[in-house]
Write a protein that binds this ligand. Sequence first.
Ligand code: F6R
Length: 605
Amino acid sequence: MCGIVGYVGSRDTAQVLMSGLSKLEYRGYDSAGIAVVKDGSLDIRKAQGRLSNLEKMLGDYEAKGATGIGHTRWATHGEPSQRNSHPHSNCAETIAVVHNGIIENYMKLKQWLISEGAAFSSETDTEVVAHLINHFYDGDLLEAVRSAIGRIEGSYALGVVSENHPGTIIAARKDSPLVVGIGQGENIIASDIPALLAYTRDVIFLGDKEIAMLTRDSVKIHDEYGRQVDRDTYHVEWDAEQAEKGGYEHFMIKEIHEEPKVMTDTLKIKDGMIDLSQIGIDEKAIADIDKVGIIACGTAYHAGMVGKYIIEDLARIPVEVEIASEFRYRKPIIKEGQLVIIISQSGETADTLAAMREAKKCGAKIAAVVNVVGSTIAREADAVLYTHAGPEIAVASTKAYNTQLIAIYMIALELARLKKSIDMNEYTRLVDGLSEVPKLTEKVLDTKGQLQRFAAKNFHKGSVFFIGRGLDYVLSMEASLKLKEISYIHSEAYAAGELKHGTIALIEDGTLVVAIVTQGKLIEKTISNIKEVKARGAKVLAVCFEGTQLAEDVADEVVYLPKADDVFAPILTVTPMQLFAYYMSVEKGCDVDKPRNLAKSVTVE
Ligand code: F6R
C-alpha cells in the first residue's frame, strides 16, 4: 500500500527517485510524485495515475546532487487525484512529506491544525503530518518530526525533506515497512529492497517508532525518546536482476517459472530427514502440542488451509486456521504456550502483524513462515522459517505460495514424526516424495501451451466455478482467488459435494467449471459432481494425475499432472491454476502484474 523512496547523494536525484518508484509501483499506482530540494528551494511534481504519467510530465527534468523523496500511491483517504497525490507540504511549501500507512486520528489533528491557522489542500490523512511538522519546527527538523509522530496514532513510514535542510532526509516508521540503504557517499530509503538494490545491498531495517536522519555520509538512528541507537546492517544476498523481468513478458509468468528453484531453496532435508534446526525447535515442547493455530491473509491464508488438512491428516493435531483481520478483533481462545503459525510473504501485512501481536498477548508461541528477511513479522516472531522465494514483484502471489506450502509440509512432517503419528517408513517415503516435488513442477510447467490455448477460447466467460473435495477443495480456493484478482472474472471455489445445496442453481449452458480431481479416495465422488454440472450445460476443465480415467463425456478438457502421492497434489495443481489465471488475464488484455484496486504488501487495515 503505497511505496516511498528517498535519496541523498551526488547522482541525478530525480532519476534515482523515478527508478526506485518503478520498483515500488506494485504497491500502488493511483498517482505518483516527487519532491526535491534543489538550489535552496523545494520543488514538488506530481501526476495522477501510473508512474508513466509523472515520467512524461518530468520530461528531461534533472536534479543532480539534490535531496529528494518520492511516492507511488494506493488511495485510502481521498480519491485518486492530482491534489491528493503525495508529496504533501505545509502552506509555505517549505517541508514535504511522503507517507505509507494510515493516520487514524487525522481528523482530530486536522481540526486542531486548522484552528491554529493551517490551510489544507487535500483530503488525505498525510497532509496533517506536513502541517504538524511545520507546527513543531523551530530550526531542528529531526526534533520537529519526533514531536509530530508523538501526536500521530496509526501506522506510518515517512520520508521528510525541507528546503531549510538541503542534504538531509528524515525517515520514520511504525507498522509500515521502511528500509535504509547504506551507500558510499549516498544514502537511500525505500519501502522495499528492490528500490535500492541498484545502489547498495547493505540495508538497515528501521524498527518501530525509530527515526533516521540521512545525509550523504551518515545515517543516524534515534529511538522515540531521541536517544541514538545502533542497528545491525544486513547484506542482501539476491541481486537486482532477480527483481527484473529477465526477458519474460510479465513478472507473474517469470515468477511461476521460478517455482521449481525456489521450492528447492526452501526445502531443508538432511540425511533423509526434514531439518528445521534453523528455527530452533524444542522437540519435547512439540511432542506436547495438542492444538495448532494458523493465521494469515489471502493467498497465505489458503496455504494455511492446506496446512490444516495435512497437519490434521499426518500429525493428527487439530488445527484452527483464521483470517487475520477476523482473528484480531475476536476474543480468541488460545492456551498459554499454544503453537500459532503465522504465514506472510511480505512479513508486513498489517492485519497479520496485529493478529500475531494479539496471539502473543494471549501467550501463544509464534512460528512465522515469512519470505522477506528482516521484516517486522520475522523480527517479532519467536521462531522464523524463511521461505526462499526471492523478491515477488507481481501483485498476485505465485511462487511465494508454493514455498509456503513447502514450509507447511515440512512442519507437518516434523510434527507427525515427533508425535509418532506416522511410522519412520512412512515418514521417509513422504520426505522423499516432498523432495521430488520441485522436479515434478518443472514437468507441470509443460501444461502452459494447453492452458494458453484453453484460455484463448474461454477468456470471455463471465463466471468460473472451481470445485474439488478434500485437498482439491482447499486448492480450489487459491485457484479461484488467482483468477478473479488478475482477470476480473467472477469466480467461486466450492467443495464439490456442497454445490448441490444451493450454488448449482448458478450453473447454466456454457458455465465454466474447473474440477480438481486428484484425491484417489474421492475421485468417484467428484466425478459424480462433474456429471451433475455437465448435465446442466457446464463446460468442464478437469485437473488430475496421469493415469486417472476421465472420459471425455465427463470433462471437456483434461490437464494431467505427473503422478505423485495424493498428499502433494496441492503443490502440483497450483502451477497450472496460476497459468490458467495468467493466460485468461493476458487474453483479456488486463494489466497482469498490477491488477486494478490491488497492491502488494497490504500495510493498512
Ligand atoms: C493474492 C495475494 C494476497 C496476499 C495477502 C497476504 O495474490 O498476494 O492475497 O497473499 O495480501 O500477504 P502477505 O503474504 O504478504 O502477508
